[in-house]
Design a protein around this ligand. Structure first.
Ligand SMILES: Cc1cc2nc3c(=O)[nH]c(=O)nc-3n(C[C@H](O)[C@H](O)[C@H](O)COP(=O)(O)OP(=O)(O)OC[C@H]3O[C@@H](n4cnc5c(N)ncnc54)[C@H](O)[C@@H]3O)c2cc1C
Length: 416
């Protein structure tokens, strides 16, 4: 049986960066995962390291979009009716938190978290010798018509208020900035402070190697029970057999975090926003940065030799069978956007974004257990926000008093 100061459960990007940060602060850390590291959402995302995602999915515009969402005419969203009905209380809270009165505070919190995160990614990328994965050419949103561009007015206002640089582009300017796109777009928005990586899995691998090189242990086992016993936690992969004893436990299991928290009696209000990707042959004039077609709800992200197309949101149970209609549609739409080639994957990839009703992650002390810590719920931007969340978590574990940023993410805000 292993003994340690901190056991981090879940080796997605959030768990790996949490382990690295705690190790850097002097803790003895064991990182645990049941099926290798970085193979879930942290594998399949678009690799955007955002400095500019300050308007959440649940924003004042969501009510206006509601008829299209319900009728299934919005290409960036599909839902499973039974799942949606079963999560009705969650959905009502999610919509409620999209109200105008919360927009500015949410934007402030997300901005602060992304700012810390990006600076820390830059540092870690260099320490982990992963510079070749890193792309600092920004990220581009493109609009099919004036209506689409105008619908982004609130986002642009927030960017201005928060001093986040952006450039509005006409169709001609867009052609110069991203010549790999077909000239079908009305306009664009270049978010120059945002960065990206050409392979999110390889970034996780580089971070994990750094953690191991610095003496961290990575163990493979499926955690089926976490119990508090005599001032420490017993973490087990099989009933009755303790694999690990740890003074502190961090739950960073992404979309499975609610399952692990329930082992200690917590009911986490988490829902899943599923997403798909396909990798395709890149166009001859490669895209130089990730491009998001806002109205049709897909992203094209250059990934080494291929381009990754990611879909919008599918509101369905995490474990329900895949429905590829949305990603195949995104692939067809992407063919009209850039001269991409054939799919290089046999079947599309599917994963789940873990989302809490206010659209903010839960980072910090569990409400009723000393030594138990949460870091999950990073929804659409967990690749980006992982490193900043690790920083907030480590401050909390070290006993530093909470600051304004960390309070917004405190798990204590839920009655769980
Ligand atoms: C299509 C798509 C595109 C996206 N694009 C972006 C993007 O461009 N930029 C961005 O910032 N974010 C993006 N995201 C979101 C981002 O991928 C997630 O927010 C982030 O990866 C979540 O990381 P995580 O470490 O919390 O979870 P995960 O990566 O899901 O990792 C959780 C880990 O916990 C482990 N685990 C679970 N249960 C147990 C258990 N009982 N015992 C042991 N281990 C366990 C799992 O095996 C897994 O390895 C995207 C998501 C999707 C789906």
């Amino acid at each position: 049986m292993l003994k340690t100061d901190v056991c981090v459960i879940g080796a997605g990007v959030v768990g790996i960066t949490s382990a690295l940060e705690l190790q850097a602060r002097g803790a003895d850390v064991v990182l645990v995962d049941r099926c290798d590291f970085g193979r879930q959402a942290s594998f399949g995302n678009a690799g955007v390291l955002s400095a500019s995602t300050v308007l959440n999915v649940n924003n004042p515009g969501l009510w206006r979009a509601l008829p299209g969402l319900i009728l299934g005419t919005a290409p960036y969203f599909r839902y499973d009716l039974i799942y949606a009905v079963s999560r009705l209380p969650w959905l009502l809270k999610f919509f409620h938190r999209g109200a105008k009165r919360y927009t500015r505070a949410t934007a402030n919190s997300l901005h602060a978290l992304q700012t810390v995160s990006l600076a820390r990614h830059q540092q870690l990328v260099s320490e982990a010798n992963a510079d070749s994965l890193y792309n600092a050419r920004g990220w581009l949103k493109v609009f099919q018509d004036e209506r689409g561009f105008d619908a982004g007015a609130l986002e642009r206002r927030l960017l201005e208020e928060l001093d986040i640089p952006y450039q509005s582009l006409s169709a001609d300017e867009l052609a110069k900035v991203e010549p790999g796109l077909h000239p079908i777009y009305h306009s664009g928005l270049l978010l120059s402070a945002t960065c990206s990586v050409s392979d999110p899995y390889l970034l996780c691998k580089a971070y994990l190697e750094l953690f191991r090189k610095r003496g961290g242990k990575f163990e493979l086992f499926d955690v089926v029970s976490v119990e508090e016993k005599t001032g420490a936690y017993s973490i087990s992969s099989r009933d009755g057999q303790t694999d690990l004893r740890s003074s502190n436990v961090v739950i960073a299991c992404g979309p499975w975090s609610a399952d692990v928290c329930s082992m200690l009696g917590y009911k986490i209000p988490m829902a899943w926003e599923r997403g798909y990707h396909v990798n395709v042959e890149s166009p001859s004039t490669r895209l130089s940065r990730p491009v998001c077609d806002v109205q049709r709800g897909f992203v094209m992200a250059p990934q080494g030799e291929t381009t990754r197309i990611t879909s919008g949101v599918e509101f369905a149970h995490r474990d329900a069978p895949a429905n590829y209609s949305q990603i195949y549609r995104a692939y067809r739409d992407a063919e009209s956007a850039a001269p991409i080639g054939k799919m290089t994957d046999e079947i599309p990839w599917l994963g789940s974004r873990p989302t809490l009703p206010d659209g903010l992650p839960a980072i910090g002390a569990a409400p009723r257990h000393s030594g138990l810590w949460f870091n999950f719920g990073h929804q659409h931007i967990g690749m980006s926000t992982s490193t900043g969340s690790a920083d907030i978590l480590a401050d909390a574990i070290e006993g530093q008093s909470p600051c304004a940023i960390s309070q917004a993410f405190s798990p204590q805000r839920f009655r769980i």
